[in-house]
Design a protein around this ligand. Structure first.
Ligand code: AKB
Length: 318
């Protein structure tokens, strides 16, 4: 049976790049993008697009039926910082959207499901360095609680109903094409834009706040890799730890200064500092490496060069 893919939340930071990559692999007409709003030109023009509310089971079920969808990537979510402002909405969106697709899989209407978890599943009682796959998990944000609950539900649907669900715990994702929205790690993207536009950035986290991060190309790679692996290799059905590199705002500003010497960073921590302080500083992802061959390609240096080179072109700075 031919693969036909649906991405829910295709216009977001990860969804927009994932959709284009999936279209390259499976063909434009076999990859259906969907979101509650329209996306950028490239995404809208390169293949089918449907407006959908991730919390509306019937409209998702209709799309799945109309397009004979086999695989779903559920990328819609409310992230950590916005989730603290709208806790009810965050819980509803993050949980209802997951149940919709888990139930479609349980009913045999789709074959395979990707659902991202996050380092936000960990909390202040978790070991901070080299955080193990299995450890104490007491998240303190609504987002983290919803992701941890989601992980338990994914494992439950796999064990009880045989649902083929796969998941990774994304760290902060850095990309230049689409900006992230509402996360605690968003500073690591904003800083590049501000470095080129004004040469100055005021960071909402303290200079020594170390967090796990990853370049978008690696995040997409991991997502495709776990989805393409034979089912027998996926031994964890809650969610896999995933890592590339970790840095502080100060480390990142030093890296940017190597390319933009006049760049200046200031610090004005806000409510997001408390969220960041509750998260791990580095992640042990040996299970992902061992089970399905994960490895990253971009380190902080290569990522910073890629970000600045692409943003120079985007802003037409010569
Ligand atoms: C956030 O900051 O909320 C996200 C995440 C780490 O899941 N980027």
């Amino acid at each position: 049976m031919n693969k036909r893919v649906l991405i829910i939340g295709a216009c977001g930071q990860i969804g927009s790049e994932l959709t284009l990559k999936l279209r390259d692999i499976y063909g434009n007409k076999n990859v259906i993008a969907s979101d509650i709003r329209t996306g950028n030109k490239e995404l809208m023009k390169s293949g089918p697009f449907e407006i959908v509310n991730a919390m509306d089971y019937d409209s998702i079920a209709n799309i799945v039926e109309n397009y004979n969808i086999t695989d779903v990537y559920l990328m819609a979510a409310m992230l950590s910082a916005t989730g603290e402002k709208f806790p009810d909405k965050a819980w509803q969106l993050n949980m209802n959207s997951l149940f919709n697709v888990l139930n479609l899989a349980k009913e045999g209407k789709i074959k395979k499901l990707f659902w991202p978890s996050s380092i936000a599943v960990f909390g202040s009682t978790t070991p901070k360095e080299n955080t193990p796959q299995e450890t104490v998990m007491e998240p303190s944000t609504v987002y983290g609680i919803s992701k941890l609950a989601g992980e338990r539900w994914c494992e439950y649907y796999h064990n009880k109903f045989g649902v083929d669900v796969r998941s990774v715990r994304y760290p902060g994702i850095i990309s230049w094409k689409t900006k992230p929205g509402g996360g605690t790690t968003d500073y690591a993207v904003e800083i590049f834009h501000k470095a080129l536009i004004s040469g100055k950035y005021t960071c909402f986290l303290k200079e020594d706040t170390k967090l796990p991060m990853m370049y978008m190309n690696d995040a997409i790679d991991a997502t495709l890799k776990i989805m393409q692996a034979p089912s027998s290799q996926i031994k964890i059905r809650s969610s896999y730890n995933l890592a590339a590199f970790s840095f502080t705002p100060k480390d990142l500003s030093e890296e940017i200064k190597k390319i933009v010497p006049e760049f200046e960073i200031l610090y004005n921590p806000d409510f997001r500092q408390k969220i960041a302080d509750s998260w791990p500083k580095s992640i042990d992802d040996s299970r992902s490496r061992g089970d399905w061959g994960w490895n990253y390609k971009f380190d902080i240096k290569k990522m910073s060069e890629e970000m600045l080179n692409n943003l120079y072109l985007k802003y037409e700075i010569v």
